[in-house]
Design a binder for this molecule. Structure first.
Ligand code: HEM
Length: 329
């Protein structure tokens, strides 16, 4: 019995050391049941109101959650504004295209939560972002799912910490897999989460090399559908205004569906990092499976989002509950 206990303790401590990204012991559903029992409906109503004002709420919030979790964990550190002494995550080049409406969604939901005296300063910005993300996915036609809560807000946010942590649109499968694996996510999780590109916008500079100066032999990336390439050239002429952004899903840009995978099958993946999921034989079978089976995709997406929400969670002395999501207390 004693040796069994020893082995248990030993294996738990090995796991603790080897799997820092999967420790989610403190997260649970209904975490705020005692202090703020209606928090989920308060956030949902605030997000719905914001959604009625602009659709950008959906992609803005979803991408914000991803960029938050991949840099120092899901701790709302991406929302903190820079100060005279600190250049924050949000001002790193990889975050400059995050839509303002994502930040605004969290700020509005936080204000709605804090309007209830018992909830005031009891719910973390990191949890509000997690709930809001679940809500925008559902509002745009995607699956709804139970969220685990109990994250604290991070105590640091630096632009330098973003370096090398976020994927780039030119990445190949090995690069994507490596970045996701560093966060405890599998290739299947990565393919499921990439379907977030079924909603939202991209600025022309993010893919212009695919349609104008791909390689010496090919001006246009040969994995890109010819008609789609021509359409993209029409929407994004050379030297286009850098503020111009286009739909990433040319078919159902405002619906969270599995069209993303059907687009990839037709050479309509906007970035190299999208299209490679279909051209690389290691990921192609998964793309084909989810293109033809929406429920299977939705299950995989929910599972991957739940895992993403566990990355680098702050608890105890490693975090606190920010009074203002955009500034440290
Ligand atoms: C797999 C690697 C990924 C790469 C290389 C990538 C890259 C990009 C790029 C370059 C944009 C366009 C930004 C702009 O020009 O404004 C974008 C947009 C977006 N990404 Fe990703 N992304 C990846 C994965 C993800 C994941 C995992 C999610 C969420 C789960 C996500 C959600 C979004 C959303 C919703 C938008 C639209 C943003 C908007 O309309 O404001 N992306 N992504």
């Amino acid at each position: 019995m004693a040796s069994f206990r020893l082995i248990l303790v030993w294996s738990l401590s090995i796991c603790f050391c080897l799997c820092p990204h999967t420790t989610s012991a403190q997260l649970r559903q209904n975490y705020y049941a005692n202090v703020c029992p209606n928090v989920e409906s308060i956030v949902r109503n605030a997000v719905r109101q914001k959604f009625q004002q602009t659709f950008v709420t959906v992609p803005g919030t979803l991408r914000l959650f991803f960029h938050d979790c991949f840099v120092q964990g899901c701790d709302a550190s991406v929302i903190v504004a820079s100060t005279a002494n600190n250049k924050a995550e949000k001002d790193h080049p990889d975050n400059l295209s995050l839509a303002g409406d994502g930040f605004d969604t969290v700020i509005k939901a936080k204000a709605a939560v804090d309007a209830f005296p018992s909830c005031r300063n009891k719910v973390s910005c990191a949890d509000i972002l997690t709930m809001a993300t679940r809500d925008v996915v559902a509002l745009s036609g995607g699956p709804s799912y139970a969220v685990e809560l109990g994250r604290l807000d991070g105590l640091s946010s630096t632009a330098a910490s973003v370096n090398g942590r976020l994927p780039h649109p030119t990445d190949n499968l090995n690069q994507l897999n490596a970045l996701f694996a560093a966060n405890g996510l599998t290739q299947a999780d990565m393919i499921a989460l990439s379907a977030a590109h079924t909603v939202g916008f991209s600025h022309c500079d993010k893919f212009s090399s695919r349609i104008y100066n791909f390689s010496r032999g090919n001006t246009v990336d040969p994995t890109l559908n010819r008609n789609y390439a021509t359409q993209l050239q029409g929407m994004c002429p050379r030297n286009v205004d850098p503020r111009i952004a286009i739909n990433m899903d040319p078919n159902t840009p405002r619906t969270f569906d599995n069209m993303y995978y059907k687009n990839l099958q037709n050479g309509r993946g906007l970035f190299t990092s999208d299209q490679v999921l279909f051209t690389d034989p290691r990921s192609k079978p998964t793309v084909n499976a989810w293109a033809s089976n929406s429920p299977a995709f939705q299950r995989a997406f929910v599972s991957a989002m739940t895992k993403l929400g566990r990355v680098g969670v702050k608890t105890g002395r490693n975090g606190n509950i920010r009074r203002d999501c955009g500034a440290f207390n």
